[in-house]
Design a protein around this ligand. Structure first.
Ligand code: GLN
Length: 498
């Protein structure tokens, strides 16, 4: 080594999750140092973006010390993560971004979080979200708004906006979100990170506060597909506490990334219904360029027809609100959650507690859902929506007979301005047009950094989405990884946070 040449100490806040894990395992850095680096970064940078609802510095440092002492081992030993505030933990509060659960302390920890901790992960804190995961901008949080690290005047997306923004601002090595209609993929696209929504049933929902139980799934935010494969592998699997969790073997997703495939050229499906000329042209451009990347690697483009795509939004907003109205009936002011101080009788207690505890969007959904389920309207709305849901799934079944994955935009454009859509619920709902059908069909999909859009002076990330057949995560991730190996979009960082 030349005299005067010094190695800088490794900075775990600018590595991938896998690199962070390897640095800790190789003792280049201790778990305590890695955790401290992230906590310090959160203290310095989070005030600009407001990603975290609360952090657990003391507990996190204790977890890290356990790793350094060799008492906790595993594939995530010492890796600092953030989790969405809809996941129950037997420490801290679980607020779901709602006044209703402002002081709620869960008596147990969600299976997905427990598995991460058993694998050695350190939990830094809980991230902000739209109230009860209803929204696409995180503006529906009862706490505060979260800002996009690429442009603080814009939303980070939602509902898992806090996790996506924390990931985009390098405030954690990985994060958890939940996706009922796009809440992992859409904010991942807006914040320039990877967001994976696994197949319905792949990860236990036990300890995830329910929004729409037939659609909800937990999934990771990461910088790379490799990191997503690692987190998925740790969390996936059957859980006796969630009867909808699949009893299907969990492949080694990480090892799967390096597998050569079936020897046949990859078939990438493109549907015209997803490439509308109403999209920001820079989004369609990113999809076309992604197809070029795959084509150069020997893939063929297959045109597929998804004729029921346009019914996704009305179907989703009937099914999701119907299930929400039933799930949120439990917040009655009696069992747990907010209770009014001023009730005259029992019915008044229910009414006032709910009126005071829920925000406007949650109330809107409860009313819509209750209406759709009420006798006389059930057949016309809810039952009809279930039938259309089946038709939408049929579109995907036919598509996957012709191709390995579908390639499409994650969103119609880049992140919008704070305040732009909050008074126009329909415009906000339309935002989910390319994500909700995946949930209705129960499929896995991933959003990847796929380019940039120039909006005035601002450069904003654009996401591309890959959708796979049910339980096809291995192939989906392999193809997504291939894309990342031949592109650099995921390495870009917002200037404001470096
Ligand atoms: N934006 C969608 C909604 O508001 C999706 C939310 C989610 O996936 N949790 O319902």
């Amino acid at each position: 080594m030349k005299e005067g040449l010094r190695f800088l100490p490794m900075d775990p806040t600018h590595t991938t999750l896998l690199e962070c894990r390897q640095a800790i395992a190789g003792r280049q850095i201790s778990a305590v140092e890695a955790t401290q680096a992230y906590l310090q970064r959160i203290a310095r940078i989070d005030p600009k973006f407001s990603c975290f609802v609360e952090t657990y510095p003391q507990r996190a440092m204790e977890q890290a010390a356990q790793v350094d002492a060799g008492k906790v081992r595993g594939p995530l030993a010492g890796v600092p993560l953030a989790i969405k505030d809809v996941l129950c933990t037997d420490y801290g509060r679980t607020t779901c971004g709602s006044h209703m659960l402002e002081n709620f302390r869960a008596p147990y920890t969600a299976t997905a979080v427990r598995k991460l901790e058993e694998a050695g992960a350190v939990i830094l804190g809980k991230t902000n979200m739209d109230e009860f995961a209803m929204g696409s901008s995180t503006e529906n949080s009862a706490h505060f708004i979260t800002r996009n690290p690429w442009d603080p005047s814009r939303v980070p997306g939602g509902s898992s906006g806090g996790s996506a923004a924390a990931m985009g601002a390098d405030l954690c090595a990985g994060a958890l979100g939940t996706d009922t209609g796009g809440s992992i993929r859409q904010p991942a696209a807006y914040c320039g990170v990877v967001g994976l929504k696994p197949t319905y049933g792949r990860i236990s929902r036990w300890g995830l506060v329910a929004f729409a139980s037939s659609l909800d799934q937990i999934g990771p935010f990461t910088r790379t597909v490799t990191d997503a494969a690692l987190l998925l592998g740790v969390m996936a699997g059957h859980d006796p506490l969630d009867s909808t969790s699949a009893n299907a073997p969990v492949p080694d997703y990480l090892a799967g990334l390096a597998q050569p495939g079936n020897g046949q050229p990859l078939r990438i499906g493109l549907a015209k219904q997803y490439l509308s000329d109403q999209n920001d042209p820079q989004v369609n451009q990113a999809v076309a360029e992604a197809m070029e990347v795959f084509r150069k690697l020997g893939a063929t483009a297959v045109e597929v027809d998804m004729p029921h795509t346009e019914y996704g939004i009305p179907t989703y907003y009937l099914v999701a609100t119907a299930e929400a109205s039933s799930n949120l009936a439990r917040y009655d002011g009696v069992h747990y959650g907010h209770r009014t101080n001023e009730a005259e009788d029992l019915v008044d207690l229910y009414c006032r507690s709910r009126a005071e505890g829920f925000g406007p969007e949650v109330k809107r959904r409860i009313m819509l859902g209750t209406y759709a389920l009420s006798s006389g309207y059930y057949d016309a709305y809810y039952l009809r929506a279930l039938k259309v849901r089946r038709l939408i799934k049929g579109d995907f079944d036919r598509a996957f007979a012709q191709c390995d994955v579908l390639l499409c935009p994650t969103t119609t454009g880049p992140a919008f301005k704070i305040g732009d859509k909050i008074d126009d619920p329909l415009a906000m709902y339309m935002n989910d047009v390319y994500t909700v059908n995946v949930n209705l069909a129960g499929l896995p999909a991933v959003s990847l950094p796929g380019g940039f859009a120039q909006v005035g002076q601002t450069r904003l990330p654009v996401g591309i989405q890959l959708i796979g057949p049910a339980f096809g995560e291995e192939t989906l991730l392999r193809i997504a990884h291939l894309f990342q190996q031949h592109t650099l979009f995921h390495q870009a960082r917002p200037a404001a946070v470096v």
